[in-house]
Design a protein around this ligand. Structure first.
Ligand SMILES: [Zn+2]
Length: 287
C-alpha cells in the first residue's frame, strides 16, 4: 500500500512503520489527504541556579491570562520559567508550533536544583527540523539562560520515555539540603538526635495545606533514607535529607499542623521549625 509505494519512490527517505515522524492520512472516501507531523522529543537534565522561577509558565488564575490588577495586567505570575528558558532556543532551532515541557517531578519555586540535574523531556509539536545539532542547542540554551538555568546531556527521545520519567519521579531517591530555623535555640544534642530518629524510616504525609488546591487530599507514605545535621548555630541548622521522590520536605520540617508524621518540629519538643532555604542537590537518575 501507500507506505510501500512511498518507500519505492523516495530514494533517500526511510519509511518507518512503527514510530513514524510524519503520518499521511489518506481518506479515500473523501478524497482527502492530511499530513500529521509527529512531535519531536528531546531528553535532558536541568539545573536551576536561582530562586524564584517556576518550572512551567504560570498563567494568572484570576484573569486566565487576560491581564488584571492582581497580575499587574501581565496575565502571568512570574516573568519567566524553566520551560520558557529552555523552549525559546529549541523553537528557534527546530521550528514547530508549540512546546510542551515534561519534568520528572518539580522543585518549589524558591528551591534550587543542583547536582546532576533533574530529568526533563521537551516535546516540540509540528517541528520543521528534526535532525538538529543537540550540542549546539545545549550551548545556545545555556548561553540564553545563563546564571538561571543550565541544561546538560541532551538526547533525542520519545513518548515512552515521557511516561517513564514521570513514573520514576515518584520513586527515585532525591537529596535535599535545607536550612532550618527554630523558634528558639535548643541544646545541640537534641538536634543531632534527629539523625537517629529520622533516618531509615517511613513517614505519613497528608497532602500539604499549601498544595491542597491542586492535589487531592490523601495520605502518602514516603521513605526517608538518611537525615544528617550540620552547621548548628544559635537557632539555625542545616540538614541533608535523602528521601523517596515526592516527599514534601518543608512539611517534614514544620509538621504542617500534624499533617506530616513524624516531623522535625515535634521531635524537637514541639517548637516551631521552618525551612529558610531548600535546594535539591541530587536526583538519582537511574532512568
Ligand atoms: Zn491576572
Amino acid at each position: 500500500e501507500v507506505g510501500k509505494l512511498l518507500y519505492d519512490n523516495l530514494d533517500n527517505k526511510i519509511v518507518e512503520f512503527d514510530t513514524p515522524e510524519i503520518v499521511i492520512v489518506i481518506n479515500t472516501m473523501k478524497d482527502k489527504v492530511e499530513l500529521n507531523v509527529n512531535p519531536l522529543f528531546i531528553y535532558g537534565r536541568y539545573l536551576k541556579l536561582i530562586r524564584g522561577i517556576p518550572q512551567t509558565h504560570w498563567t494568572c488564575k484570576n484573569c486566565n491570562g487576560e491581564g488584571c490588577e492582581e497580575c499587574d495586567f501581565k496575565g502571568y505570575k512570574y516573568e519567566t520559567s524553566i520551560e520558557e528558558l529552555i523552549s525559546e532556543k529549541t523553537i528557534e532551532l527546530c521550528g514547530g508550533s508549540e512546546v510542551k515541557f515534561h519534568g520528572a517531578g518539580r522543585e518549589d519555586i524558591d528551591a534550587l536544583m543542583l547536582g546532576s540535574g533533574r530529568p526533563f523531556i521537551i516535546e516540540i509539536k509540528k517541528p520543521k527540523r528534526r535532525f538538529i545539532d543537540l550540542e549546539k542547542l545545549e550551548n545556545e540554551i545555556n548561553e540564553f539562560a545563563r546564571d538561571k538555568v543550565q541544561v546538560l546531556d541532551l538526547r533525542f527521545s520519545d513518548r515512552d520515555k515521557v511516561r517513564s520519567i514521570k513514573a520514576n519521579a515518584q520513586m527515585a531517591k532525591k537529596t535535599y539540603r535545607v536550612k532550618v530555623k527554630m523558634e528558639k535555640t535548643i541544646e545541640s544534642d537534641k538536634i543531632i538526635e534527629l539523625e537517629e530518629s529520622l533516618s531509615d524510616i517511613t513517614i505519613d504525609q497528608q497532602t500539604p495545606n499549601r498544595v491542597l488546591h491542586r492535589r487531592s487530599d490523601k495520605i502518602r507514605r514516603k521513605k526517608i533514607f538518611t537525615f544528617t545535621v550540620e552547621n548548628i548555630e544559635d537557632n539555625e541548622f542545616t540538614a541533608t535529607i535523602t528521601s523517596q521522590g515526592g516527599t514534601y520536605i518543608k512539611e517534614l520540617v514544620s509538621g504542617d499542623n500534624g499533617r506530616t508524621i513524624p516531623n522535625v518540629s515535634k521531635l524537637l519538643g514541639g517548637i516551631e521549625c521552618t525551612v529558610l532555604e531548600l535546594d535539591v542537590v541530587n536526583v538519582d537518575s537511574k532512568y
